[in-house]
Design a protein around this ligand. Sequence first.
Ligand code: 2P0
Length: 360
Amino acid sequence: MVETQVVTGIATPNIALIKYWGKRDYTGLNTPNNSSISITLDETVKTTTSVVFSNKIKKDTVFINGIKEDITNKKASEKTVYMKNILNKMRSYSNIKENALIVSENNFPSGAGIASSASGAAALVFALNKALELKITAKELSIMARQISGSACRSIFGGIVKWNKGIREDGLDSYSEQIFPESHWKELVDIIAIVDSGKKKISSSIGHEATVKTSTLYKERPAFAEKGVICVENAIKNKDLDLLAKTIMKDSNNMHATMLDTWPPIMYLNDSSKEIIYKLHELNDSQSNGKYIAGYTFDAGPNAHIITIDKHRETIRKMLKEISGVKNIIESHIGNGPRIANEKETLIDIKNLSPVKKNS
Ligand code: 2P0
């Protein structure tokens, strides 16, 4: 890098159709007990991350959603430490050794039922790869992103993505790959029903570990999820919405059953989530041809992701509007993965080496 330049990466969250819950490693590798499949969302929901390296920056500085995070602080959160480790690792591969300014923002509220850690980590490693002139492959970026937050390794790709669990202790065979491009099934849509925009009481990281340690039911889960991965892959290949809907609902229910079986129990679903589950089963069971038209899936929170195709959007929206606990609805189709943004999208004021001021 001849002169200081700002690089901006944009990445979007992903929603797992077959879930990742439970790790083999808790030291920061985030290697999972089972493979998983997800859809990467479009830019309706996205994280934008700008980075710059300069000898005018006194120490590595990070702003997330307008708040300065001290990544050099010894009391920093686990995810912040993982982020610092990846920044240092990627910088060690580069000729660029200066300190970094990183500014990251989500265009969706943190309580929107969408995992911002996945898009955040993916946007960061994507931007760092370019800013540090590394030319690291997407597979390796997936491994880097996984070490900040497990599910982030799937947001490195667009379309339908599979995270192969891998078996190696060093995690080098645990990464994601695109199995179908976004163009394969364009009509597929995630209708997100927000029933609670508050922060979750138990973080995913704590939940993963507690479930593996204490749930008896969990012993069955990895094998069940692996079968689900094959089933979802076939359902998507054949655009079989009935099979897709049934498989993802069973997987979500299975994961939440292991959470409830954790000691002390973990319950992410609330009464409105349960009402959505009952209403969607009623709607599916009332179809005259016996085929399901949509499936729900819930992450580590009460907000529903209803996976369907455009043809049934209005029917689903009508169903959701009749549920009083549904506060907001967000819709996202399949996206095409991370990209380097243009100058207009930058979040860094290069003259002052600071975050750009809003409305300026
Ligand atoms: C998933 N979740 O597959 C599952 C479904 C939540 C339920 O991945 O500790 O934030 O950073 O590896 O990735 C949430 O877990 O956990 C998650 P860490 P992460 O999307």
